[in-house]
Design a protein around this ligand. Structure first.
Ligand code: R5P
Length: 313
């Protein structure tokens, strides 16, 4: 079966690097808007009988990028694609995986339902989703890739024997344990409470950070509030003012740049799952996801196991 790769407008640069890795060209897609603002998408080449991979992170603006993904999936299906895999390097809405107050929508479930609607998409590939349990929201098989094998080498370059791996909240504790095991370093955990979408507070810290250089690990940086709060706690507990932050997804929205540039963060390591905002003045190191995505797409196309690429590996 012929392989075809398509991309929406969320992160075309990543899609271009990915096709260069695979040696398969990107099929042309026309994406525009009608005068009333409605989206219109059209695939410019035949995909009839093809094994189609649709690359699109649902990064901000999440609704627009999600709808583009759905429209492209519909177009590919109507154009006769034999099999369609949605490759979503960053899955937006994943943090809304349960109700907190009781009168909220469960956005992650709704997004999973929309992606699965009508059985257009036969398989979904995601990278370091906020909550692994989200797999259960999808009817289609979900391949949950881990970017850790790509990120860990950059982290290793920053690490010394005096480093400590820090989870900035309980949700990141398992991730921190995995980094700590690979790098043979101790772990500290910040106990965070979220006050609002952009504000958090810290209740306490578990572990010893005095005189150590922290490496904060998380799935994503959005407004930088979590990192800012963790840094404040680490400094007040006597860590060295030389902090590395590593996260799979760097959204850098709202006050993120200001918060992160005022903290003594010497290195910020993220992947290119989300297109990095232009002109960001931060000590950023961007690690490319394309080798991991290319390997996953190639193995799926050739019906080979993805086991060692997945988060549980
Ligand atoms: C939340 O639990 C996540 O793992 C991140 O810590 C959080 O979403 C980052 O968001 P922000 O940068 O806005 O604090």
């Amino acid at each position: 079966m012929e392989q075809t790769l398509l991309t929406g407008s969320a992160n075309p640069r990543l899609a271009e690097i990915l096709v260069a890795e695979l040696g398969t060209p990107l099929s042309a897609v026309d994406i525009d808007r009608f005068p009333d603002g409605e989206l219109h998408v059209e695939i410019q080449e035949s995909v009839r009988g093809h094994d189609v991979y649709l690359i699109q992170p649902t990064s901000p603006p999440a609704e627009g990028h999600l709808f583009e993904l759905l429209m492209l999936a519909d177009a590919a299906n109507r154009a006769g694609a034999a099999r369609l895999t949605a490759v979503i390097p960053y899955l937006g809405y994943a943090r809304q995986d349960r109700r907190v107050s009781g009168r909220e929508a469960v956005g992650a479930r709704l997004v999973a339902d929309l992606i699965g609607a009508g059985g257009l998409v036969q398989r979904v590939v995601v990278v370091d989703v906020h909550s692994p349990a989200i797999e259960g929201f999808f009817g289609a098989p979900l391949e949950h890739l881990s970017a850790m094998s790509l990120l860990v080498e950059s982290v290793r370059r920053q690490a010394t024997r005096r480093s400590v791996i820090v989870a900035p909240d309980l949700g990141a504790a398992k991730l921190a344990e995995r980094y700590a095991k690979l790098l043979e370093l101790p772990v500290a955990i910040v106990h965070k409470t979220r006050l609002s979408g952009s504000e958090v507070s810290v209740r306490r810290l578990t572990g010893d950070v005095r005189g150590r250089t922290p490496i904060i690990v998380d799935d994503m940086i959005s407004t930088g509030g979590t990192v800012e709060a963790a840094v404040g706690t680490l400094l007040s507990e006597g860590c060295e003012p030389n902090i590395t932050v590593v996260a799979s997804h760097g959204l850098f929205v709202g006050p993120a740049e200001e918060r992160l540039s005022t903290a003594p963060v010497r290195r910020l390591i993220v992947t290119d799952s989300v297109a990095t905002p232009q002109g960001l003045e931060l000590p950023l190191e961007v690690v490319g996801l394309a080798p991991l995505l290319a390997e996953a797409v190639d193995r799926l196309h050739n019906n080979r196991s993805l086991d060692d690429l997945l988060t549980h590996a």
